[in-house]
Design a protein around this ligand. Structure first.
Ligand code: SDX
Length: 433
């Protein structure tokens, strides 16, 4: 049977070229256009990459029409319900769920890379106390390559693996330290006797002055939130990490680039923007004016936490977090200050989902719409929400980076453009202008 293909014909010149049609294991097929420029001298044009597959990947599958998300084939709902951070991190990095021995070894390795070089404390002191924690994360993560000259040969699989382990292990320590710097409290060292999430909570909330017990409910909630945020195929920040890595930059520089991209309010920065929006909204009486602004083409305001490039149904992660919000707020004191915020979010969602503008554009709540409410209920401030996203997404970033660097056909990513600038013209002396 002949290979599947599509034919592109230039109706102006009558030229045609047959291009291979590639099938994945799930999801849409892709036209391999590599020969197009060579054979027809034309480019494809797809700003925002709406219809462009940038790579082959085995890591995460999303079906936006049916609201499906799978990590290495496992439905996100099952992992969220039954797995925990390090087990799912192993799955994303290595492709299969670990057995007991593999999980125990992975846990030991990650635990033993959680500390930072002591001289990094001086780096933190260079930031003003009220520096946004994401600015600190970009700077500190980017600086890590200054400490590990012994393992930065990215052509060496062992160096790549230890760099990935170091990134996963150190992100919570770097994040908690950026929070402590923000509030002027001493940094808390990691503890290897605690779980990944328990250790993070301890570094965030314990102080040298009194004992701190990790709340099992918060630890469980954090495990679930981190699993939901771990990966999402070729989103903007993961694509940034891949593009940075394609030039063979060191892994810490690539992850720092990913953090910078995630920070944008159109991407991971939306969770902080949602809480700022809800707090600005105040109460449900103001919902209509915000909805009107979101629909007004002349107003740059968008309903934060709504819409998604791929999901044209309810984001499966938002559904899980919404239920978690409900369960958690039911359990904590009914007059918990997050209660009114959650009620407002539910009301905003209900109004938006019945509004023609949102229905027509298939705009549903995404992963960022409810996550901030839970983080706030945990005592995590708004400016740390995207940092939480970055801790979890580091697993996806390093997994994509390793997958790309393991590919023998890996080459530098270098898109072209549709040039619309000035055509050739001669230089004129200033008196002639
Ligand atoms: C994340 O890619 C990923 O997988 C990301 C992520 C991950 O896990 O990595 O899922 C995490 O980033 C979730 C998204 C968080 N961002 C926000 O919540 C910010 C608000 N949402 C929008 O900015 C927007 O929906 C995007 C950025 C998420 C998606 O933008 P697209 O796909 O480019 O859609 P678009 O801008 O072309 O919008 C299509 C239409 C436009 O109207 P028309 O020009 O057709 O009339 O929908 C409108 C937009 O104006 N629209 C919105 C809207 N989102 C889209 N209008 C009001 N409020 C919104 N939130």
């Amino acid at each position: 049977m002949s290979k599947k293909s599509v034919t592109i014909t230039n109706n102006e010149t009558g030229e045609s070229v047959e291009l291979p049609l590639l099938d994945g294991s799930q999801g849409p097929s892709a036209v391999d256009i590599e020969k197009l420029y060579r054979d027809m001298g034309i480019l494809t044009f797809d700003p925002g990459f709406v219809s462009t597959a940038s790579c082959r990947s085995d890591i995460t599958f999303i079906n936006g029409e049916d609201g499906i998300l799978q990590y290495r084939g496992y439905p996100i709902e099952q992992l969220a319900e039954q797995s925990h951070f390090l087990e799912t991190a192993y799955l994303l990095m290595y492709g299969d769920l670990p057995n007991e021995g593999q999980l125990s070894n992975f846990t030991r390795i990650i635990s033993h890379h959680t500390m930072l070089n002591e001289s990094l404390k001086n780096f933190y002191n260079g930031f003003h106390y009220d520096a946004h924690p994401m600015a600190v994360m970009v700077g500190v993560v980017g600086s890590l390559s200054a400490f590990y000259h012994d393992s930065l040969d990215i052509r060496d699989p062992e160096h790549r693996e230890i760099s990935a382990h170091r990134m996963i292990a150190k992100m919570p320590t770097i994040a908690a330290a950026s929070y402590k710097h923000n509030i002027g409290e001493p940094f808390i060292y990691p503890r290897n006797d605690l779980s990944y999430c328990g250790n993070f909570l301890n570094m965030m909330f314990s102080t040298p002055c009194e004992p701190y017990e990790v709340d099992p409910m918060m630890e469980k909630a954090l495990n679930l939130l981190f699993i939901l945020h771990m990966d999402h195929e070729q989103n903007a920040s993961s694509s940034t990490v891949r593009l940075a890595g394609s030039s063979q930059a060191n892994p810490f520089a690539c992850i720092a680039a990913g953090i910078a991209s995630l920070w944008g309010p159109a991407h991971g920065g939306a969770n902080e923007a949602v809480l700022n929006m809800l707090e600005g909204m105040g109460n449900v009486d103001n919902v209509d004016q915000y909805i009107a602004r979101a629909k007004d083409k002349d107003d740059p305001f968008r309903l934060m936490g709504f819409g998604h490039r791929v999901y044209k149904r309810y984001d499966p992660r938002a559904r899980i977090i919404r239920k978690m919000c409900h369960d958690m707020l039911e359990r904590v004191s009914p007059d918990n200050e997050q209660g009114p915020l959650f009620e407002l979010a539910l009301r905003l969602e209900e109004i938006a989902l019945n509004d023609e503008y949102f229905i027509e554009r298939q705009l549903y709540p995404n992963v960022d719409f409810y996550s901030g409410i839970i983080y706030r209920a945990m005592g995590i401030p708004n400016n740390m929400f995207t940092v939480m996203f970055a801790i979890a997404r580091t697993v996806g970033w390093v997994s994509h980076w390793m997958e790309m660097m393991d590919d023998p056909q890996q080459r530098i990513g270098r898109p072209r453009q549709l040039y619309r600038g000035a055509v050739k013209r001669d230089y004129q002396s200033i008196v002639e202008r």
